[in-house]
Unconditional design. Structure first.
Length: 300
């Protein structure tokens, strides 16, 4: 079995890749690797100045477009402004355990950004996607449950990690249902998912103010055990370009999927609940006003 590295990324000349949250971390690293192989890479970022700084570190055809996944108007504007065919969409951007916040449309910030924003973006772009949709989840999905009675944490006391875990579980349910719908529509597009393992990125940067003993311990453990951005991006790249089936989930192959070369990995029982995936899709359509754009293939 060949270990996947960036050397296994095929020539990408003539292909367009969109990467959300590509101004830092594994998103920036994945974008840089794909641009180096000849892809036209669109950095979809909330802050164009930071996106421009990231683009300046890359070689090849790299452009920056503003996208705020916490604002459905911004998602629609981005989709309307991107008219070219898209070969790979990488839904990478995400928030991890911020204080309670709301999106521009009133959704709990993590669910609204990590799931609903990407849900809307994918469906709006889908008529122009011709290759693959990769959505970045987390091992944290294993602690997640979908509370359909309170998706936006309006009735319960807010707890940052359970809210994060719910959003990451939603990413996998979204991937499963998108794969089912693409198959039913007879589409050649594949939906896959990935997680970076324990990657030393700035995802927890908003917690820098937290000087508690627990936080200092978590930071020390992360810094000692985490993969680099380069290694953390490999499962995403593997899910984006390797010959893997639709609906698959890639992650590091090492101890507890924390680090190591990418491979296809398992997911929680909750993430394999087809009924929950369909229900979440329906609710997500209602909340965002965005629907699956491809008709089902008629039986011949």
């Amino acid at each position: 079995m060949t270990t996947f590295t960036t050397a296994q990324i095929p020539a990408m000349t003539g292909r367009t890749v969109v990467v959300t949250g590509a101004n830092s971390g594994i998103g920036r690293t994945a974008a840089r690797a794909l641009a180096a192989r000849g892809a036209r890479v669109v950095l979809a970022v909330r802050d164009p100045a930071k996106g421009g700084a990231a683009a300046a570190t890359m070689t090849g055809d790299v452009v920056v477009r503003r996208l705020d996944l916490a604002d459905l108007a911004s998602v629609r504007a981005f989709a309307e402004g991107l008219t070219e065919p898209i070969d790979v969409l990488i839904n990478n951007a995400g928030l991890m355990m911020p204080p309670l916040g709301r999106t521009a449309d009133g959704f709990e910030l993590q669910f609204g950004t990590n799931h609903l924003g990407h849900f809307a973006l994918t469906n709006l772009l889908l008529p122009r996607i011709r290759g693959r949709v990769v959505t970045v989840s987390s091992t944290g999905h294993r602690a997640g449950t979908i509370d359909f009675d309170d998706l936006n944490w309006e009735r319960r006391p807010y707890r940052a990690f359970p809210a994060y875990a719910q959003s990451k579980l939603a990413n996998l349910l979204f991937t499963a249902e998108l794969h089912r719908r693409l198959t039913e529509a007879g589409s050649p597009v594949r939906a896959t998912a990935a997680h970076p393992g324990l990657a030393a990125t700035n995802l927890l940067g908003h917690l820098d103010h937290d000087r508690s003993l627990l936080h200092r311990l978590q930071t020390a453990v992360t810094n000692r055990l985490a993969q680099s951005d380069e290694d953390g991006a490999l499962p995403t790249l593997y899910a984006a370009v390797a010959d893997v089936p639709g609906g698959s989930y890639a992650g590091p192959g090492g101890f507890l999927e924390g680090r190591g070369a990418p491979k296809l990995v398992g997911r929680s029982k909750a993430a394999r609940d087809d009924g929950a995936a369909r229900r979440l899709w329906t609710v997500s359509e209602e909340l965002t006003g965005v629907t699956f754009p491809l008709p089902a293939q008629r039986a011949r």
